[in-house]
Design a protein around this ligand. Structure first.
Ligand code: GDP
Length: 313
């Protein structure tokens, strides 16, 4: 416990090595640091948590890099959590594992963490959001969570942010990638990246047309979901994007939407964690196999088996 007390104060003081160590633990052996994470949670709520999602190749990583640089230039510190199911890197800070990010890696005001999907579904969402808590408590001003917009789990992680950016890009089929990926509605801000390319006007027009068709849940609180054009190559739109994000944060506070969203994010987190715990507990014995046998033999229906299974955990 002494070690844990020590790690807590060091993380709260923003010490890089302690942050990395706690993240490894929370990812791999969360039960061991449950008490520390409970303390960490009490120190959260100061950072602006921003989720970015979009199909692979839409330019998310490049945009995150450009945003981090702009935020740093404005004097703000930045935490980055990259949730990448295809990443060959497991755990560990991604210091140096992406060439693009390497110039940020030497900056103390930036902390980058990469999480790869492994193990049971739900585990990743839980780990990603705990990682965000660590960065928030450690005092980072803005935390950017980058997830590939495929799979409900990744979308849930992006949606657990205060402000959600959906990134689309020209040249990836058509302009309605966001719909296909099921992320059109979750955007607070739509970003069309790679606007140094000519075909980008088409992507912007398609998105605007889609947004006019339906009023999304985000509009309900009086926030107009903008479609912003950016280019990480020329720097186009990056400052405006940061300004809009700040405006969105102000909107969340002033409209009361922030509180409503906070509740729904917590609901998701609690359910995801419960799911995680349930899977772990079920997975530890032969109980599930026994119920599968009973259902195979016709003694129990799947629902009856599920109800009996729940009684055992
Ligand atoms: P991710 O998979 O969504 O993270 O996308 P990446 O950030 O890895 O970008 C995918 C590809 O698009 C890479 O080859 C980038 O160099 C390229 N790209 C990203 N942003 C821009 C941009 O603003 N302009 C142009 N022309 N290419 C870009």
């Amino acid at each position: 416990m002494d070690g844990n007390d020590d790690i807590l104060s060091r993380v709260l003081a923003g010490e890089t090595r302690a942050i990395a160590r706690l993240m490894s633990k929370v990812e791999g052996r969360p039960a061991e640091v449950a008490a520390v994470m409970a303390e960490i949670y009490k120190h959260t709520g100061k950072a602006h948590i921003v989720g970015l999602t979009g199909v692979p190749g839409s330019g998310k990583s490049t945009l995150v890099h450009a945003m981090a640089k702009a935020l740093r230039a404005g004097g703000r510190t930045v935490g980055i959590v990259a949730v990448d199911p295809s990443s060959p890197y497991s755990g560990g800070a991604i210091l140096g594992d992406r060439v693009r990010m390497s110039d940020l890696a030497t900056d103390d005001g930036v902390f980058i963490r990469s999480l790869a999907t492994r193990g049971a579904l739900g585990g990743l969402a839980r780990a990603a959001l705990d990682t965000v808590d660590v960065l928030d408590a450690a005092g980072f001003d803005v935390v950017l969570i980058e997830t590939v917009g495929v799979g409900q789990d990744e979308v849930d992680v992006a949606e657990a942010a205060q402000s959600v950016l959906v990134v689309s890009a020209p040249g990836l089929g058509d302009g309605i990638q966001a719909i296909k990926a099921g992320v059109l509605e979750i955007a607070d801000i739509h970003v069309v990246s790679k606007c140094d390319k000519e075909e980008s006007s088409r992507t912007v027009a398609d998105l605007k047309a889609m947004l006019q068709l339906g009023s999304t849940a985000r509009n309900r609180y009086g926030w107009e979901v903008p479609v912003l054009r950016t280019s990480a190559e020329t720097g186009l739109g990056i400052e405006e994007l940061i300004d809009r994000l700040d405006a969105h944060r102000t909107h969340l506070v002033e409209s009361g939407e922030g509180e409503i969203r906070k509740r729904s994010i917590l609901e998701t987190r609690i359910l995801k964690t419960a799911e995680d715990l349930l899977r772990q507990r079920i997975g530890e014995g032969d109980t599930l196999t026994g119920f599968v046998e009973s259902a195979l033999g016709g003694e129990l229906s799947p629902r009856q088996a599920a109800e009996e299974l729940l009684k055992t955990v």
